[in-house]
Write a protein that binds this ligand. Structure first.
Ligand SMILES: Cc1cc2nc3c(=O)[nH]c(=O)nc-3n(C[C@H](O)[C@H](O)[C@H](O)COP(=O)(O)OP(=O)(O)OC[C@H]3O[C@@H](n4cnc5c(N)ncnc54)[C@H](O)[C@@H]3O)c2cc1C
Length: 400
């Protein structure tokens, strides 16, 4: 299998590449400020993206986007992901993209009108509220947030954190236990909660690695106290919270990896260029075998990630859940991204830690990739368990 067997959406890809290079990357220093000026610039660039017909490439036109499948989206993300701001400017930012997908798949007509279409149009933002500080996010069957039926309402009580983007969002999708006596994976339900419902308290944006964030880029602690929403806000059927979470997180993980490929490419470019420019001990760094090893290892690892990502995207487009492929690429690509950025920083010496290259910011953003949407260890476990099951069933794992 080669990448050439998966044709990229050539024309759109070129448009996205040009827009990133001409309009987004030259303005990255403004976007990074996360203030009123950067908010205004994001709004302006979003309008330009809409005018170009490139808006919301993660969902199809019937959901309000311009999407044409996972594979095409993988290629576009290799440009959009060059900076963390790309996803916001193209209207496909996490967690809204994943929330849009599950509203599109499981929402009622009324829920789509009220939440999905304004969300995809970029008129409102949302958050996904599952992880809790008191219990392991890796094992969400331990969640404690409760939703109890009272007439035609749910009454929700609980404590969440890492509800990304909750600051300033219009609504959240909250994962709550609705039947504690059910089988572990049938206990929880996803419920749409408008952020202005009495009892919803966005307590604080939790700073991560020295970064507080602003609005979309925050990771918030949220308390739900006696929060009352109509039962019609249930997303999908009662007790299907885990099933829907799987539908959301599977593709969501691939979305992350697609953008990480862009981060890898950017770090790789910076490493190679600087190693040719910078001289130490009478020769360019590029002549040192250690640096050559870093470049060669990075090439091999990035190319492996690309091929694995395109393969997984292709399988998802063909209707396969690709659970092994998605988990494999999630933990592998997270490590490669962190390693390549770290090597690029090392080649730059002290400069690599300054804000004179994007590398320090990239490293800060990259570290979470080994934790969110499931830590590396859990994804390794998924891969191994599923492969071993095929052997236990008397068959075996067939690479394809
Ligand atoms: C930047 C960022 C954004 C996030 N955004 C959201 C969001 O929008 N909504 C949301 O609900 N959550 C979000 N999260 C939370 C994220 O999904 C959880 O952090 C993740 O599921 C891990 O849960 P935990 O942090 O409670 O770690 P724990 O489950 O407590 O695990 C701690 C560590 O234990 C180890 N471990 C766990 N299980 C195993 C195992 N089976 N084998 C070996 N070792 C294991 C791993 O090393 C793991 O890192 C975000 C997290 C980050 C970092």
């Amino acid at each position: 299998m080669t990448t050439s067997s998966f044709a990229p959406p050539a024309e759109r890809l070129e448009q996205v590449r040009a827009f990133m290079n001409e309009r987004v990357l030259p303005n990255e220093h403004i976007l990074d400020q996360e203030n009123d000026e950067s908010d205004a610039l994001v709004a302006k660039l979003r309008d330009e993206v809409r005018e170009l017909g490139l808006w919301a490439p993660h969902v199809p036109p019937e959901a309000g986007g311009t999407g044409t499948g996972f594979l095409d989206y993988a290629y576009l993300n290799e440009q959009i992901g060059l900076t963390v701001w790309g996803q916001l400017i193209f209207g496909c930012q996490a967690p809204d993209a994943g929330n849009a997908e599950i509203l599109h798949m499981f929402g009622t007509e009324e829920q789509k009108e009220r939440w999905l279409f304004p969300l995809v149009a970029g008129q409102i933002r949302s958050f996904f509220s599952m992880t809790e500080p008191e219990v392991p996010g890796s094992d969400p069957t331990t969640l404690r947030t409760r939703a109890v039926r009272d007439g035609d309402d749910w009454v929700i009580d609980g404590h969440k954190w890492f509800s990304s983007g909750a600051e300033g969002a219009a609504f959240g999708i909250v994962m709550a236990v609705t039947d504690p006596d059910a089988a572990p994976h049938a206990r929880a339900t996803q419920i749409i909660v408008p952020a202005d419902t009495p009892g919803v308290d966005v307590v604080r944006a939790v700073p991560t690695m020295g970064h507080r964030g602003r609005g979309w880029s925050t990771h918030c602690e949220v308390r739900y106290t006696n929060v009352r929403v109509p039962v019609t806000n249930t997303l999908g059927a009662e007790g299907t919270g885990f099933l829907i979470a799987q539908k959301r997180l599977g593709p969501g993980r691939i979305h992350h990896v697609m953008r990480w490929l862009a981060q890898m490419q950017r770090a790789f470019d910076l490493m190679c260029r600087y190693s040719l420019e910078r001289e130490a001990f009478g020769e360019p760094l590029a002549k040192k075998q250690t640096v050559q090893n870093w470049i060669a290892d990075s090439y091999v690892e990035i190319q492996a990630c690309r091929l694995m990502t395109l393969d997984a995207a292709h399988k998802i487009d063909a209707g396969d859940e690709a659970r092994v492929e998605v988990s494999a690429i999630k933990f592998f690509a997270a490590k490669v991204m962190n390693d390549v950025i770290d090597r690029a920083i090392q080649v730059h010496g002290a400069k690599g830690l300054t804000d004179e290259t994007p590398l320090a910011h990239m490293a800060m953003m990259a570290r979470g990739g080994r934790i969110y949407d499931g830590p590396d260890e859990v994804h390794r476990q998924v891969v191994a368990k599923r492969i071993l099951r095929t052997f236990a069933d008397g068959d075996g794992w067939h690479f394809q």
